[in-house]
Design a protein around this ligand. Structure first.
Ligand code: FAD
Length: 311
Protein backbone atom coordinates (compact mmCIF):
# COMPACT_ATOMS: atom_id res chain seq x y z
CA UNK A 1 0.00 0.00 0.00
CA UNK A 2 0.96 3.63 -0.51
CA UNK A 3 2.33 6.00 2.15
CA UNK A 4 -0.04 7.32 4.80
CA UNK A 5 -0.82 10.97 4.06
CA UNK A 6 -1.50 13.36 6.92
CA UNK A 7 -4.27 15.10 4.97
CA UNK A 8 -6.33 14.13 1.94
CA UNK A 9 -8.81 16.71 0.65
CA UNK A 10 -11.73 15.75 -1.59
CA UNK A 11 -12.94 18.67 -3.72
CA UNK A 12 -11.33 21.50 -5.69
CA UNK A 13 -13.67 24.42 -4.96
CA UNK A 14 -12.86 27.38 -2.69
CA UNK A 15 -13.25 25.14 0.40
CA UNK A 16 -10.88 22.41 -0.83
CA UNK A 17 -8.24 24.78 -2.22
CA UNK A 18 -8.27 26.93 0.92
CA UNK A 19 -7.88 23.82 3.10
CA UNK A 20 -4.95 22.87 0.83
CA UNK A 21 -3.29 26.31 1.24
CA UNK A 22 -3.55 26.13 5.04
CA UNK A 23 -2.45 22.51 5.45
CA UNK A 24 0.38 22.96 2.94
CA UNK A 25 1.67 26.00 4.84
CA UNK A 26 1.47 23.90 8.02
CA UNK A 27 3.91 21.43 6.35
CA UNK A 28 1.31 18.68 6.18
CA UNK A 29 1.84 17.97 2.44
CA UNK A 30 -1.86 17.67 1.57
CA UNK A 31 -3.04 15.56 -1.33
CA UNK A 32 -6.14 16.98 -3.04
CA UNK A 33 -8.50 15.10 -5.34
CA UNK A 34 -10.28 17.68 -7.45
CA UNK A 35 -12.56 15.68 -9.76
CA UNK A 36 -11.87 14.29 -13.23
CA UNK A 37 -14.33 16.53 -15.03
CA UNK A 38 -15.07 19.55 -12.86
CA UNK A 39 -11.72 20.86 -11.58
CA UNK A 40 -12.06 24.16 -9.71
CA UNK A 41 -15.66 23.65 -8.59
CA UNK A 42 -18.79 25.72 -9.08
CA UNK A 43 -17.09 29.06 -9.77
CA UNK A 44 -15.60 27.68 -12.98
CA UNK A 45 -19.13 27.81 -14.41
CA UNK A 46 -19.49 31.56 -13.98
CA UNK A 47 -17.96 34.65 -15.49
CA UNK A 48 -17.54 37.68 -13.26
CA UNK A 49 -17.22 37.29 -9.47
CA UNK A 50 -17.60 40.70 -7.84
CA UNK A 51 -17.96 39.79 -4.18
CA UNK A 52 -14.76 37.90 -3.41
CA UNK A 53 -12.59 40.20 -1.26
CA UNK A 54 -9.28 41.36 -2.72
CA UNK A 55 -10.52 41.88 -6.27
CA UNK A 56 -11.90 45.45 -6.45
CA UNK A 57 -12.45 45.19 -10.21
CA UNK A 58 -14.00 41.71 -9.97
CA UNK A 59 -12.40 38.50 -11.18
CA UNK A 60 -13.35 35.76 -13.62
CA UNK A 61 -14.58 32.65 -11.77
CA UNK A 62 -12.15 30.25 -13.51
CA UNK A 63 -9.26 32.69 -12.97
CA UNK A 64 -10.02 32.95 -9.25
CA UNK A 65 -9.92 29.17 -8.96
CA UNK A 66 -6.68 28.89 -10.95
CA UNK A 67 -5.11 31.42 -8.58
CA UNK A 68 -6.28 29.52 -5.48
CA UNK A 69 -4.85 26.31 -6.89
CA UNK A 70 -1.51 27.96 -7.73
CA UNK A 71 -1.35 29.39 -4.20
CA UNK A 72 -1.81 25.91 -2.70
CA UNK A 73 0.73 24.36 -5.09
CA UNK A 74 3.26 27.04 -4.22
CA UNK A 75 3.37 25.64 -0.68
CA UNK A 76 3.63 22.02 -1.83
CA UNK A 77 0.02 20.80 -2.07
CA UNK A 78 -0.25 17.88 -4.47
CA UNK A 79 -3.23 17.94 -6.84
CA UNK A 80 -4.73 14.93 -8.58
CA UNK A 81 -7.49 15.71 -11.07
CA UNK A 82 -9.47 12.58 -10.40
CA UNK A 83 -12.54 11.46 -8.46
CA UNK A 84 -12.59 9.59 -5.21
CA UNK A 85 -15.04 6.78 -5.94
CA UNK A 86 -15.08 4.87 -2.64
CA UNK A 87 -14.12 5.58 0.95
CA UNK A 88 -13.65 3.64 4.16
CA UNK A 89 -13.39 6.29 6.86
CA UNK A 90 -14.04 4.10 9.88
CA UNK A 91 -10.51 3.26 11.06
CA UNK A 92 -7.71 5.51 12.31
CA UNK A 93 -6.22 5.28 8.81
CA UNK A 94 -8.82 6.26 6.23
CA UNK A 95 -8.87 4.51 2.84
CA UNK A 96 -9.81 6.42 -0.31
CA UNK A 97 -10.07 4.79 -3.71
CA UNK A 98 -9.67 6.84 -6.90
CA UNK A 99 -11.15 6.07 -10.32
CA UNK A 100 -8.11 3.99 -11.33
CA UNK A 101 -8.71 1.72 -8.34
CA UNK A 102 -5.66 3.03 -6.45
CA UNK A 103 -6.23 3.15 -2.70
CA UNK A 104 -4.82 6.15 -0.82
CA UNK A 105 -4.32 6.21 2.94
CA UNK A 106 -4.85 9.24 5.18
CA UNK A 107 -4.87 10.14 8.84
CA UNK A 108 -7.31 12.97 8.19
CA UNK A 109 -9.79 13.62 5.39
CA UNK A 110 -11.37 16.97 4.54
CA UNK A 111 -14.61 16.56 2.61
CA UNK A 112 -15.21 19.62 0.41
CA UNK A 113 -17.28 18.12 -2.39
CA UNK A 114 -19.74 21.03 -2.68
CA UNK A 115 -23.32 20.90 -3.84
CA UNK A 116 -24.99 21.21 -7.21
CA UNK A 117 -27.85 23.54 -8.05
CA UNK A 118 -30.86 21.70 -9.46
CA UNK A 119 -31.42 22.50 -13.10
CA UNK A 120 -34.63 22.87 -15.08
CA UNK A 121 -33.29 20.42 -17.64
CA UNK A 122 -34.30 22.46 -20.69
CA UNK A 123 -32.39 23.46 -23.81
CA UNK A 124 -29.92 26.41 -23.61
CA UNK A 125 -29.95 26.41 -19.79
CA UNK A 126 -26.21 25.66 -19.52
CA UNK A 127 -25.33 27.84 -22.50
CA UNK A 128 -27.05 30.89 -20.99
CA UNK A 129 -25.65 30.36 -17.48
CA UNK A 130 -23.95 33.65 -16.58
CA UNK A 131 -25.67 35.25 -19.60
CA UNK A 132 -29.01 36.01 -18.00
CA UNK A 133 -29.57 32.64 -16.32
CA UNK A 134 -28.42 32.37 -12.71
CA UNK A 135 -28.82 30.22 -9.61
CA UNK A 136 -27.73 32.79 -7.04
CA UNK A 137 -29.35 36.20 -6.46
CA UNK A 138 -26.74 37.19 -3.85
CA UNK A 139 -24.00 36.52 -6.41
CA UNK A 140 -25.58 37.99 -9.53
CA UNK A 141 -28.49 40.27 -8.52
CA UNK A 142 -26.34 43.38 -8.90
CA UNK A 143 -25.91 42.67 -12.63
CA UNK A 144 -29.67 42.87 -13.18
CA UNK A 145 -30.38 46.52 -12.44
CA UNK A 146 -33.48 47.83 -14.22
CA UNK A 147 -34.35 44.45 -15.76
CA UNK A 148 -37.45 42.27 -15.82
CA UNK A 149 -36.61 39.08 -13.98
CA UNK A 150 -38.18 35.66 -13.49
CA UNK A 151 -37.61 33.53 -10.40
CA UNK A 152 -38.50 29.84 -10.74
CA UNK A 153 -39.52 27.98 -7.59
CA UNK A 154 -42.00 28.08 -4.73
CA UNK A 155 -39.94 27.49 -1.59
CA UNK A 156 -38.27 29.77 0.93
CA UNK A 157 -35.18 30.24 -1.26
CA UNK A 158 -37.29 31.31 -4.24
CA UNK A 159 -39.20 33.85 -2.10
CA UNK A 160 -35.98 35.15 -0.56
CA UNK A 161 -34.37 35.51 -4.00
CA UNK A 162 -37.47 37.20 -5.47
CA UNK A 163 -37.68 39.68 -2.60
CA UNK A 164 -33.95 40.40 -2.72
CA UNK A 165 -34.03 40.91 -6.49
CA UNK A 166 -36.65 43.68 -6.24
CA UNK A 167 -33.77 45.91 -5.08
CA UNK A 168 -32.41 45.80 -8.62
CA UNK A 169 -35.19 44.65 -10.93
CA UNK A 170 -38.02 46.61 -12.53
CA UNK A 171 -40.26 43.57 -12.09
CA UNK A 172 -39.98 40.04 -10.71
CA UNK A 173 -42.29 37.24 -11.86
CA UNK A 174 -42.29 34.12 -9.71
CA UNK A 175 -43.00 31.08 -11.86
CA UNK A 176 -44.17 28.02 -9.92
CA UNK A 177 -45.38 24.65 -11.20
CA UNK A 178 -47.98 24.23 -8.48
CA UNK A 179 -51.03 26.26 -7.47
CA UNK A 180 -49.63 27.17 -4.03
CA UNK A 181 -46.21 28.08 -2.67
CA UNK A 182 -44.21 25.77 -0.40
CA UNK A 183 -42.46 28.70 1.30
CA UNK A 184 -43.09 29.53 4.95
CA UNK A 185 -46.02 31.85 5.64
CA UNK A 186 -43.84 34.78 6.61
CA UNK A 187 -41.77 34.54 3.40
CA UNK A 188 -44.93 34.20 1.29
CA UNK A 189 -46.52 37.23 2.92
CA UNK A 190 -43.43 39.34 2.34
CA UNK A 191 -43.41 38.38 -1.34
CA UNK A 192 -47.18 38.87 -1.80
CA UNK A 193 -46.93 42.34 -0.23
CA UNK A 194 -44.21 43.47 -2.63
CA UNK A 195 -45.60 45.54 -5.53
CA UNK A 196 -42.77 44.53 -7.85
CA UNK A 197 -43.47 40.79 -7.50
CA UNK A 198 -46.17 38.99 -9.49
CA UNK A 199 -46.90 35.27 -9.61
CA UNK A 200 -47.50 32.77 -12.40
CA UNK A 201 -48.88 29.62 -10.72
CA UNK A 202 -49.39 26.24 -12.41
CA UNK A 203 -46.77 27.39 -14.85
CA UNK A 204 -43.40 26.12 -16.02
CA UNK A 205 -40.62 27.41 -18.29
CA UNK A 206 -41.10 25.74 -21.67
CA UNK A 207 -38.31 27.44 -23.59
CA UNK A 208 -35.44 29.90 -23.20
CA UNK A 209 -35.05 32.44 -25.98
CA UNK A 210 -31.68 33.78 -26.94
CA UNK A 211 -30.84 37.34 -27.96
CA UNK A 212 -27.30 37.18 -29.34
CA UNK A 213 -25.35 35.44 -26.57
CA UNK A 214 -27.77 36.55 -23.83
CA UNK A 215 -31.15 35.42 -22.54
CA UNK A 216 -33.77 37.32 -24.53
CA UNK A 217 -36.99 36.00 -22.95
CA UNK A 218 -38.85 32.84 -22.11
CA UNK A 219 -41.88 30.89 -23.17
CA UNK A 220 -44.13 29.88 -20.29
CA UNK A 221 -46.43 26.86 -20.36
CA UNK A 222 -49.58 26.39 -18.29
CA UNK A 223 -49.13 22.89 -16.81
CA UNK A 224 -52.89 22.23 -16.75
CA UNK A 225 -53.92 23.40 -20.24
CA UNK A 226 -50.57 23.27 -22.07
CA UNK A 227 -51.19 26.84 -23.34
CA UNK A 228 -48.01 28.82 -23.91
CA UNK A 229 -47.17 32.52 -23.75
CA UNK A 230 -44.01 34.55 -24.12
CA UNK A 231 -42.51 36.73 -21.38
CA UNK A 232 -39.84 39.29 -22.25
CA UNK A 233 -37.60 38.81 -19.21
CA UNK A 234 -33.83 39.13 -19.54
CA UNK A 235 -33.01 37.56 -16.18
CA UNK A 236 -33.92 34.09 -14.95
CA UNK A 237 -33.07 32.89 -11.46
CA UNK A 238 -33.59 29.18 -10.87
CA UNK A 239 -34.34 28.46 -7.22
CA UNK A 240 -35.59 24.87 -7.16
CA UNK A 241 -33.03 23.50 -4.71
CA UNK A 242 -29.56 22.01 -4.61
CA UNK A 243 -28.09 18.60 -3.93
CA UNK A 244 -25.04 18.18 -1.71
CA UNK A 245 -22.50 15.72 -3.14
CA UNK A 246 -22.56 13.21 -0.29
CA UNK A 247 -23.58 9.88 -1.90
CA UNK A 248 -20.04 8.61 -1.32
CA UNK A 249 -20.31 9.06 2.44
CA UNK A 250 -23.76 7.61 3.06
CA UNK A 251 -23.73 5.04 5.86
CA UNK A 252 -20.45 6.40 7.26
CA UNK A 253 -20.85 10.11 7.87
CA UNK A 254 -23.95 11.59 9.51
CA UNK A 255 -26.08 13.51 7.02
CA UNK A 256 -29.12 15.69 7.65
CA UNK A 257 -32.53 15.10 6.05
CA UNK A 258 -31.53 17.05 2.94
CA UNK A 259 -28.29 15.04 2.58
CA UNK A 260 -25.88 17.70 3.87
CA UNK A 261 -22.90 16.63 5.95
CA UNK A 262 -23.47 17.19 9.66
CA UNK A 263 -20.65 18.79 11.65
CA UNK A 264 -20.42 19.57 15.37
CA UNK A 265 -21.29 23.17 16.10
CA UNK A 266 -18.44 25.71 15.92
CA UNK A 267 -16.18 23.21 14.23
CA UNK A 268 -15.85 21.21 11.03
CA UNK A 269 -15.75 17.85 12.85
CA UNK A 270 -17.98 15.09 11.49
CA UNK A 271 -19.13 12.09 13.51
CA UNK A 272 -15.89 10.24 12.61
CA UNK A 273 -12.67 11.41 14.31
CA UNK A 274 -10.20 12.69 11.73
CA UNK A 275 -12.86 13.50 9.11
CA UNK A 276 -13.85 17.13 8.58
CA UNK A 277 -16.42 18.84 6.35
CA UNK A 278 -16.16 22.26 4.68
CA UNK A 279 -17.96 24.43 2.16
CA UNK A 280 -21.32 23.98 0.46
CA UNK A 281 -21.46 20.26 1.27
CA UNK A 282 -22.07 21.32 4.88
CA UNK A 283 -23.75 24.67 4.35
CA UNK A 284 -27.29 25.08 3.06
CA UNK A 285 -27.55 28.60 4.41
CA UNK A 286 -24.85 30.85 2.94
CA UNK A 287 -23.43 29.00 -0.10
CA UNK A 288 -20.87 31.63 -1.09
CA UNK A 289 -17.27 31.31 -2.27
CA UNK A 290 -15.98 33.30 0.68
CA UNK A 291 -17.91 31.29 3.28
CA UNK A 292 -16.74 28.05 1.63
CA UNK A 293 -13.14 29.31 1.68
CA UNK A 294 -13.54 30.32 5.34
CA UNK A 295 -14.76 26.90 6.37
CA UNK A 296 -11.94 25.31 4.34
CA UNK A 297 -9.51 27.23 6.54
CA UNK A 298 -11.38 26.05 9.65
CA UNK A 299 -11.25 22.42 8.48
CA UNK A 300 -7.50 22.71 7.89
CA UNK A 301 -6.98 24.05 11.40
CA UNK A 302 -9.21 21.35 12.88
CA UNK A 303 -7.26 18.66 10.97
CA UNK A 304 -3.96 20.13 12.13
CA UNK A 305 -5.10 20.10 15.77
CA UNK A 306 -6.42 16.53 15.45
CA UNK A 307 -3.07 15.36 14.00
CA UNK A 308 -1.26 16.98 16.92
CA UNK A 309 -3.24 14.74 19.31
CA UNK A 310 -1.93 11.62 17.53
CA UNK A 311 1.73 12.27 18.28
P1 FAD B 1 -17.58 23.60 -5.11
O1 FAD B 1 -17.11 24.88 -5.64
O2 FAD B 1 -18.90 23.07 -5.61
O3 FAD B 1 -16.45 22.53 -5.40
C1 FAD B 1 -16.57 21.18 -5.06
C2 FAD B 1 -15.68 20.39 -5.99
O4 FAD B 1 -15.53 19.07 -5.48
C3 FAD B 1 -16.20 20.24 -7.40
O5 FAD B 1 -15.19 20.50 -8.32
C4 FAD B 1 -16.63 18.77 -7.46
O6 FAD B 1 -16.54 18.21 -8.75
C5 FAD B 1 -15.57 18.16 -6.56
N1 FAD B 1 -15.94 16.83 -6.11
C6 FAD B 1 -17.16 16.41 -5.71
N2 FAD B 1 -17.12 15.09 -5.41
C7 FAD B 1 -15.83 14.69 -5.63
C8 FAD B 1 -15.17 13.44 -5.55
N3 FAD B 1 -15.82 12.33 -5.13
N4 FAD B 1 -13.86 13.34 -5.88
C9 FAD B 1 -13.19 14.47 -6.30
N5 FAD B 1 -13.78 15.69 -6.42
C10 FAD B 1 -15.08 15.79 -6.09
N6 FAD B 1 -20.39 32.52 -4.91
C11 FAD B 1 -19.92 33.75 -4.64
O7 FAD B 1 -19.45 34.00 -3.53
N7 FAD B 1 -19.90 34.73 -5.61
C12 FAD B 1 -20.36 34.51 -6.87
O8 FAD B 1 -20.37 35.43 -7.71
C13 FAD B 1 -20.87 33.22 -7.18
N8 FAD B 1 -21.35 32.93 -8.42
C14 FAD B 1 -21.77 31.67 -8.70
C15 FAD B 1 -22.18 31.39 -9.99
C16 FAD B 1 -22.59 30.10 -10.32
C17 FAD B 1 -23.03 29.80 -11.73
C18 FAD B 1 -22.59 29.09 -9.32
C19 FAD B 1 -23.01 27.67 -9.68
C20 FAD B 1 -22.20 29.37 -8.03
C21 FAD B 1 -21.78 30.67 -7.69
N9 FAD B 1 -21.37 30.99 -6.41
C22 FAD B 1 -20.87 32.23 -6.14
C23 FAD B 1 -21.42 30.00 -5.32
C24 FAD B 1 -20.02 29.40 -5.13
O9 FAD B 1 -19.54 28.95 -6.36
C25 FAD B 1 -20.08 28.24 -4.13
O10 FAD B 1 -20.65 28.70 -2.92
C26 FAD B 1 -18.68 27.70 -3.85
O11 FAD B 1 -18.04 27.34 -5.06
C27 FAD B 1 -18.74 26.49 -2.94
O12 FAD B 1 -17.44 26.01 -2.77
P2 FAD B 1 -17.13 24.51 -2.36
O13 FAD B 1 -15.65 24.43 -2.31
O14 FAD B 1 -17.88 24.15 -1.16
O15 FAD B 1 -17.71 23.59 -3.52
Amino acid sequence: MSEIHDVVIIGSGPAGYTAAIYTARAQLKPLLFGSSVFVGGSLTTTTEVENFPGFPEGVDGPELMTRMRAQAERFGAQMIDDDITAVDLTGPVKLLTDSTGTVHQARTVIVATGSGYRKLGIAKEEELSGRGVSWCATCDGFFFKGRDIIVVGGGDTAMEEATFLTRFATSVTVVHRRSALRASKVMQERAFADDKISFAFDTEIAELKQDGTMLGGVTLRDVATGATRDLAATGLFIAIGHDPRTELFQGQLDLDDAGYLKVASHSTRTNIPGVFGAGDVVDHTYRQAITAAGSGASAALDAERYLATLT
